[in-house]
Design a protein around this ligand. Sequence first.
Ligand code: NZQ
Ligand code: ZN
Length: 392
Amino acid sequence: MFDFHYFTPTKVIFGRNTEDQVADLIKEFGGTKILIHYGGGSVVRSGLLGRVTDTLDAAGISYVTLGGAVPNPHLSLVYEGIELCRKEKVDFLLAVGGGSAIDSAKAIGYGLANEGDVWDFYDYKRKAGGCMPLGVILTIAATGSEMSDSSVITKEEGLVKRGYSSDYGRPKFAILNPELTMTLPDYQTACGCTDIMMHTMERYFTNGGNMELTDALAEGLLRTVKKCAVILRDDPKNYDARAEVMWAGSLSHNGLTGCGNDGGDWMTHKLEHELGGLYDVAHGAGLAAIWGSWARYVYKNCLHRFKRFALNVMEVEDSGSDEEIALRGIEAMEDFYRSIHMPTNLCELGVTATDEDLALMAKKCAVGVGGEMGSAKVLNEEAMLAIYRASR
Ligand code: NZQ
Ligand code: ZN
């Protein structure tokens, strides 16, 4: 077991109609002039944005709005947001939406609290010394950005998708009303469940330090999301399953399931970020498409964890060699992806990648991780390319 620090400063308000409390929460955290940042319009169509602005109007809180954060959110909108906030003297950011709106708001916050080009942080050139305070009303359970320290931005020039992590970026509050996720397309619900599971799986498949309590929390979370993803496939309006998944999404990426280990593997995410940057695929679907190939490439190097996963999460039969059990677990996970209509390779993801594309992604991925990375198995550019090839 490794030493760890655990920092989760986000105040969580969970349940039906909790968005009604947004004005009080903004006041509690000192906001007087707000930027409401959102995505492509689902919050306009659902009426949520109107309800939020009505609440702020009634509380006498002034605000400006900026929509347009696309999935794999763009740097250009971040620059636009920074300029708008400076002009309007904004002192608090409110993201209403999913990971894309939240991450874009975090980047705007870094840009406002620091001198120079905000992309420097995503380009690993320097570290942020602060972030403008941020609150969240979440509309999709997926990235965990509502409690996480990360944000992921795509620079359009060169299609470079990069993440930046800092405790400064953790939101002050997160309003989690499971009912707000009921307007999601089924595909996005399944993408979200995949991403949530993957945030814990990235921390689970390690060769560095493990803790029984963390493993028990991780396995419980994974079994719960796996079960609820299937319930939501058949019954998308099931409140309890929505609620379980939403809370799992926050706990999966706030650090809880990484306590006591080496921080995790994270290579499935790194490989997916290149897919998201180049082909603009939904993050969760990209993860599902790459995971099986990654798992088969690395499992022998981390056999004890793959065996444990197979037995305790995928609940496969405990017979045969450790390798056979581990492989059965990987197959069961892929069967689960198929059962919720997630892809298990690039072709099913709808991506036709040339040899040159794969080589470019492996190169960019290797550069992005500083040469090599991974805990289940350390991967270099050649290994990344082999996994991309296997996933085609
Ligand atoms: O843009 P709108 O119109 O809001 O539509 C969105 C979007 O099309 C729609 N949607 C969201 N809530 C809805 C809804 N549609 C109907 N009803 C609702 N209630 O769903 C689509 C996806 O939304 P998006 O915010 O892009 O999804 P997600 O939360 O999965 O965020 C994905 C981004 O987050 C990054 C990903 O790489 C990707 O760029 N990640 C961020 C992380 C973090 N900050 O900690 C960690 C993750 O690993 C991930 O990398
Ligand atoms: Zn993710």
